[in-house]
Structure formats: C-alpha cells, structure tokens
Design a protein around this ligand. Structure first.
Ligand SMILES: Cc1ncc(COP(=O)(O)O)c(C=O)c1O
Length: 398
C-alpha cells in the first residue's frame, strides 16, 4: 500500500510549517504555533472525506482499534469476534483491554464469513470486528443485521482499505466505530498514525479523552483541565499529522492510479482459467491496493508464490506461510506468551485456540495470493509485470 511511494513537495511543505513554528505537539502552545493545527486540520479533512461526524487521530492503527473498543465500553472478559486473517494487531488491540479475541473463519471475500460469525456469538459477545483486508471489504450488510438483532457493536478495522467504499459509503464510516492505520505502508501515510471514526457523540468524546490521559480538552490551560476518566497517551504528533494532511488530499489520485494498474493485471490473469478472483460484496468498490486471487490448491499456490519470486515479481504474498497475518503461525498467541501475567478470564477465554482448527480459512488462505499494486509503475512496467505473472503461474500449472 503505497503512500510511502509518493512523498514529495506537498508533504514537505506541511512538515515545514510545523518545523517553522517548533510546536510538535497537537495540543496547547496556542501562541507559538502561527495558526498551525495539523492534527485538527487532518481530523476535519478526514471527517469531510470519509463522511463521518468525528475523526480522532491517534498514534497508530493498533491504538485506534484499542481506543475504539474502549470508547464503546468493551473490556475485561468481553468477547470480540474477529477474523482468522488480519494483521496480528487486531488481536493485540483486543488483548490490551483484557477482552477476549474470538477468531472465526473467513470466506471467499477474505474477510469474516457472516455464517461463522452468527455461530460464534455467545452471551459474552460485545462486538463484531470485521477487518477489511487488502483493499476490499466484509459483507457489512449481513454483519450489521447480526449486530442489530443481537444488540452488538460493529467496529470496522479498515486499516488496509482507506479509499474503498461499500454501497457508496467509505469503509470505516459504516459501523458504530471505524479504525484506520496511517502507518508507513498504508495507502496514505502519516509515517506512523491512526484514526478512530464515529458518528456517535459519546464514543467520540471517549476517544478524544482516552487517547490523551483522560484530558477533557476544555479551555486553553492544559494543566487546569479535568480528567473525567482514566486515559493513556496515544497522541499523534504534529509532524506525523502534517504528512497525513498532504497525503489525504492525494487519496483519490492514488486510488485511480491503483485501479488502472489493477485492471491491467487482472485482465491478463483472467486469461488463466485456473485463476479465480476474490469476491467483493455487492455494492463494494475496492481501493485497488492489492489484487487477490485463488489457485486450485495449496501446493499450486506455494509453487506459484515461489515462481513469482523467481521471476522477480515482488510484493506477492502467500499469507498461508506468512508469520503475521494468519492464525496458522501465531503460536505465541496460542501459547499465550506474554511478558506479564494474563487475567484468568482471558486465559479461560482463549483456551479454544489450543484445539480449534479453521479448515475453511485454511482453504481460502492456502489457495490465495495477494499482490501489491504500486503507484510508481509505468504502463509498460505494469504490462510486463502482468506478462511475467501469467508466465510464472502457468509454469506451475502444467
Ligand atoms: C488490518 C490491520 N489492523 C491494524 C493494523 C495496525 O496498524 P498500525 O501499524 O498503524 O499500528 C494494521 C497494520 O498493518 C493492519 O493491517
């Protein structure tokens, strides 16, 4: 996901404003900042661009997920349903609050399977957290129906899908809360950063205070502010926010370049009858950061992954064998390897991980390859790449 590919004059100008004022912190120092409030400006811009009432910028996407959960009152012993395929951060963010991640299977969207979700709901379930992986989305209508009928909170982890939409609405703006990552390898970047999105006034207030030690942010004397409840420091710096401000203005351009490159490669790969593509829920429009497809079986996918590497086609991930994105390799979490004691509720809640298997997820992730789409390729490079991909993949199908 290519924000980092396109760091230029616009980003430098925003960062320079901050360096010139010398105020690197997002709160306070009103007199010194020459009118520059980069974090506030970026929050406003995110609200407008993504169609939400509130955007709270924070230090990372992982922090955004924890803050979203905390803002909705989710904590000790509460169960949060999440997919087997995500970045490990989604699991970590739930654990940080003493809540219990309940992993369920994905389907051919590479995101939560609504049927598996339905089956996993218990009296302890508080939230369902789809993760919109690799630029596309979960079936949000089906998940919303489950949430509405079971009185659960819907939290979108949209870290990998900024710029994608579902039924005309930006991902992250549809659930009760949405989370973005703005780290260095996302479609738009702050260097490091994240955001919590919501239309709910109470959650917005919670996210604002919780991410800054509980500060109520009233008045202009930070030391005199009150602390209605416990919070921590998940603040973003003005330098990071400045980069993101310039990047957000370019989001539409990034998506349209990716779409062009994606379509060229997809058209070429469509000529290989053994390849099928990830399904996108009706009404969904991807961000085109990745092209994800399936091969007939695990063995062929492994061989194709090796052949792509051999042919010099970079950025193609076979997540089945990846340490960070799929439950199969998360033995540190299965074995609860932590630096500090874990509550008995979480220990009990995670026992299922010792024995539970996820055959449906294994089937999809085992056969899946997801290829990064970059901004910087020329049209000729994209075509050459697509040809190399077809050649590499067909060579292992013989
Ligand atoms: C799906 C998902 N959730 C959460 C995160 C965490 O984001 P960050 O790296 O900003 O903490 C990531 C980062 O890769 C991610 O892909």
């Amino acid at each position: 996901m290519p924000g980092f590919e396109s760091f230029g004059d616009a980003e430098r100008k925003e960062v320079q404003d901050v360096l010139d004022s010398g105020v690197l912190m997002r709160y306070g120092f009103d007199g010194m900042r020459n009118g520059h409030w980069k974090a506030k400006e970026l929050e406003q811009a995110l609200q407008e661009k993504l169609g939400v009432k509130h955007a709270q910028l924070v230090s990372s996407g992982t922090a955004a997920v924890s803050i979203a959960l905390a803002s909705a009152g989710i904590g000790a012993g509460d169960e949060v349903i999440m997919p087997t395929f995500t970045f490990v951060a989604s699991f970590e963010a739930i654990m940080m609050l003493g809540a219990v991640p309940v992993l369920v299977d994905i389907d051919d969207t590479l995101t939560l399977d609504p049927k598996a979700v339905e089956a996993a709901v218990t009296p302890k379930t508080k939230a369902i957290m789809p993760v919109h992986m690799c630029g596309s989305m979960a079936n949000l209508s089906a998940l919303k129906t489950i949430c509405d009928t079971r009185n659960l909170i819907l939290i979108e982890d949209s870290s990998q899908a900024t710029g994608a939409t579902y039924q005309g609405k930006p991902l992250g703006s549809i659930g009760d809360l949405g989370c973005l990552s703005l780290d260095f390898v996302k479609i738009i970047t702050c260097g490091e950063g994240g955001a919590v999105l919501t239309n709910n006034e109470k959650y917005a207030l919670h996210a604002d205070h919780f991410s800054d030690h509980g500060h109520d942010h009233k008045g202009n004397d930070r030391g005199a502010e009150t602390h209605p409840f416990l919070g921590y420091n998940f603040r973003i710096s003005e330098l990071n926010a400045a980069v993101g401000l310039a990047q957000l203005r370019r989001l539409d351009d990034f998506v349209s370049i990716q779409k062009k490159n994606y379509n060229i490669i997809r058209e070429m790969l469509s000529q290989v009858p053994e390849i099928t593509f990830r399904s996108v829920p009706e009404g969904g429009e991807e961000s085109y950061s990745f092209l994800s497809f399936f091969l007939p079986d695990l063995e062929i996918a492994r061989k194709a992954s090796a052949a792509l590497k051999e042919a010099g086609v970079d950025g193609c991930f076979h997540y089945y064998d990846n340490n960070w994105h799929f439950i199969r390799k998360w033995e540190h979490l299965r074995d609860l390897k932590t630096l500090y004691p874990i509550s008995s509720e979480v220990k009990e809640g995670l026992k299922y991980l010792k024995t539970k298997t996820f055959e449906q997820s294994d089937n999809y992730i085992g056969r899946n390859i997801s290829c990064l789409i970059k901004l910087s390729w020329t049209e000729d490079e994209v075509k050459q790449r697509a040809e190399s991909m077809v050649k590499a993949i067909t060579s292992v199908l013989k």
